[in-house]
Ligand binder design. Structure first.
Ligand SMILES: [Fe+2]
Ligand SMILES: [Fe+2]
Length: 332
């Protein structure tokens, strides 16, 4: 029998000879940067054009031109939401884990599993996998926040589930600040298994910033500057099993060394301006911009101004570590 005949016979039976396939090795992905002006313009127009009751969420996603899916990366996504005064983004839940990082505004709150979490600039709010959440703006001004989700990863596993709450708002059943009281430094010594998915929580910006400023020069990372992880307060581990949230500070003119790793990161510039060299090129960033550093691309960061720079980011390192796929290498 000829090999070509064998191949076509196998094909008819939905089989394929391994001699016909090649092992698909890692294909390098290109970085990309989304400018704040264009995004803000889109958000302002959306807030006039689309009523919040028309959309499940009035959010605009980042889309990489280098990927086959509508996402900034193959595992994690960023979108930006705008909620006008008096509006409510109705209650729902899904098994994508989500975070909100407030970019602009205050006087809003997200209700998560019966507790209100106030939202002001720089605050990070967690809505873990399968927690009910709705958003409210009780202030006089629009509020804009960044939504970070593990959606592309969950979709690639074909395990995405979603439910709408029976009413636009869930009942408030807990005191505001209760999660902090329960998960603060003095707490009951029991271990709740549901905590492994992450917990509803608010990391107030004033505490985060104070923690960053408390770090000494000797604690600075050569590749990431002064970097803090938003840890799961119940376990001390990553924010979520699928996503780590981080904040980093670069001092005036600080420049980091080059490294690469098998985790993918999405960055949002909270303050300052600088440059991130990725692969052969570089991305120039300033406040409000967002960018992706795809896995295994050598990269380094540089603060180009005389002021401090702050980057908020999410990455899929917890997944890579859990699957024993995390690898990191120093560059030249
Ligand atoms: Fe949601
Ligand atoms: Fe890195």
């Amino acid at each position: 029998m000829k090999l070509t005949e064998l191949d076509s016979e196998l094909e008819k039976n939905q089989l394929a000879g391994f001699w016909k396939t090649r092992v698909p090795l890692h294909a390098s992905e290109a970085p990309y940067l989304w400018k704040w002006e264009e995004l803000l313009d889109g958000l302002m127009k959306a807030s006039e054009t689309i009523g919040i009751e028309q959309a499940e969420r009035r959010a605009i996603q980042l889309v990489s031109p280098h990927l086959p899916i509508k996402s900034p990366s193959h595992t994690l996504q960023f979108s930006f939401s705008i909620v006008n005064p008096g509006e409510v983004a109705r209650a729902h839940r899904h098994n994508m884990a989500a975070i909100r990082f407030v970019v602009q505004g205050k006087g809003a709150y997200t209700a998560v599993d019966g507790e209100k979490f106030p939202m002001a600039e720089g605050d990070l709010i967690l809505t873990p996998n399968w927690t009910w959440h709705d958003h409210h703006n009780e202030s006089e001004d629009p509020i804009i926040w960044l939504d970070g989700l593990d959606g592309p990863l969950i979709r690639s596993l074909n395990v995405l589930f979603f439910e709408e709450y029976e009413k636009p708002e869930q009942p408030v059943t807990r005191e505001t600040g209760e999660s902090l009281s329960r998960l603060g430094f003095a707490r009951a010594p029991k271990k709740d298994e549901t905590h492994l998915r992450g917990v509803p929580f608010r990391y107030a910006w004033q505490d985060t910033y104070k923690a960053l400023k408390t770090m000494s020069d000797s604690e600075r990372d050569p590749y990431d500057g002064t970097l803090l992880r938003y840890i799961n307060p119940a376990t001390g581990g990553f924010t979520y099993p699928t996503m780590s949230c981080e904040i980093q500070l670069f001092k005036a003119r600080e420049k980091t060394r080059i490294h690469r790793h098998t985790s993918t990161a999405l960055y949002h510039v909270f303050k300052g301006r600088g440059r991130t060299a990725v692969g052969e090129g570089h991305l120039e960033w300033k406040k409000g911009d967002s960018f992706v550093v795809p896995l295994w691309q050598p990269h380094s960061h540089e603060n180009l101004s005389d002021e401090e720079a702050l980057l908020f980011s999410i990455n899929d390192r917890p997944v890579m570590e859990a699957l024993q796929l995390y690898r990191e290498e120093a560059g030249n």
